[in-house]
Design a protein around this ligand. Sequence first.
Ligand code: NAD
Ligand code: UDX
Length: 482
Amino acid sequence: MVKICCIGAGYVGGPTMAVIAFKCPTVEVAVVDISVPRITAWNSDKLPIYEPGLDEVVKKCRGKNLFFSNETEKHVAAADVVFVSVNTPTKTSGLGAGKAADLTYWESAARMIADVSKSSKIVVEKSTVPVKTAEAIEKILTHNSKGIKFQVLSNPEFLSEGTAITDLFNPDRVLIGGREETPGGLKAIQTLKDVYAHWVPHERIICTNLWSAELSKLAANAFLAQRISSVNSISALCEATGANVSQVSSAVGKDSRIGQKFLNASVGFGGSCFQKDILNLVYICECNGLPEVANYWRQVIKINDYQKSRFVNRIVSSMFNTVSGKKIGILGFSFKKDTGDTRETPAIDVCRGLLSDKAQLIIYDPQVPEAQMIKDLSTPKFDWDQPSQNIHIAEDAVKQSVKVVHDAYEAAKDAHAICILTEWDEFKSLDYQKIYNNMPKPAYMFDGRNVADVAKLRQIGFIVYSIGKPLDPWLKDMPSIA
Ligand code: NAD
Ligand code: UDX
């Protein structure tokens, strides 16, 4: 029986290992973490992350061939294959602050593996890391190994939150990078390939050298984010010209060379990966003497920031240039539907923008707890572009201006405006007539996700702004926000 241990029981480590255990009954999987509450939750009925289908998979395997534990050293020592799926956030101080990946957690995991290992192991990079990290990891392992042999593989994860289980069950590809030039490297690649071959068709398991695998992950996220910034840049032009971004992206995406996916205009992309990984790419380019390439990718994030501030400016300018003291109902706070994750959610920037214009916010999200929202809105934000301009709204001030409610109708009641910031399905089928009746007039709808039926809402009486859609005559008359 192959024994796998995964260090890091987060959004990637938890679901990925649960699916490996589910698909490979002959493999024993232990997922370990330094966080006691996280492991306790993985062992309880309320898992620490919300992900459709995850509960069923975990319930089927937990206690049989899937274990969650805080005994990190014990499980690492016993494993043949050690996945490392710890967080790799952007550095917020020191060299490379605002861009480079912070590999503190990775390095401490690697040192621990070297310390406790008594038999040879395959160490797998599951976290997204800068190109050449495997070389650094090899050095840490071999210099501290007491003669034990390690093979390092790169096996980046491509799952998306909200669809993690279906993505893992049916991946477009599994990428394994290793030392193809050595017999030991080839054997390690084969061992990992055998694990995935339990359910992934052979032709979808791609093997490359280490650096290609590491870079492919950063490049894939950069390409995806670039599509969103491209369509978002066009959305601004649509509003200025009367074109409709949904029609434009549909027409553009019909070209089979371009394709329809990832062309939905929005208030901006969020999530823990896109911004972090592009900044990481920018930093690597700069370190390799490629400033033009760095600037190209930096622009993807700049457009994303522009889109978020454009949205806030649109709200304020439409409402007679002030939202001071006005109630604004916020529908959705997570960075996308079907997850409770709020990392880098555009809702944070939009809400902060409205709070700094003294709005009163009433927020509803079906999955994000109140404490998380208050924490997100009051934690000092590190501005990657202008670190000296970091915005901070004190927790007391946030609590005075933000009310969190448990129902969309409650969020909209007596509100001067509603903002849709996450595309939760339930927002499509709300009774907007009822909502309108309970709002002071003029009643505004600002749809940052293009989920609302604009024509229907206008018929009800709303003044509607929907990203990239032809502007309501009311909004056209308002001062320019360019
Ligand atoms: P996460 O923060 O949810 O989980 C990381 C976990 O690692 C935490 O629970 C933390 O306590 C634990 N940890 C940190 N250091 C540790 C140590 N030394 N020993 C034991 N546990 C330790 O992060 P995540 O979203 O799962 O992301 C993990 C990695 O995967 C990142 O590099 C990320 O870029 C990458 N990734 C994330 C996604 C995603 O959708 N979230 C998708 C693909 C790749
Ligand atoms: C992303 C990658 O898709 C995944 O492959 C990688 O492993 C991790 O990062 P994730 O961040 O979970 O996944 O979600 P994703 O579906 O990519 O959405 C990211 C952000 O882009 C969300 O805020 C989403 O709302 C936004 N988005 C997505 C758009 O604004 N428009 C689109 O067309 C698609």
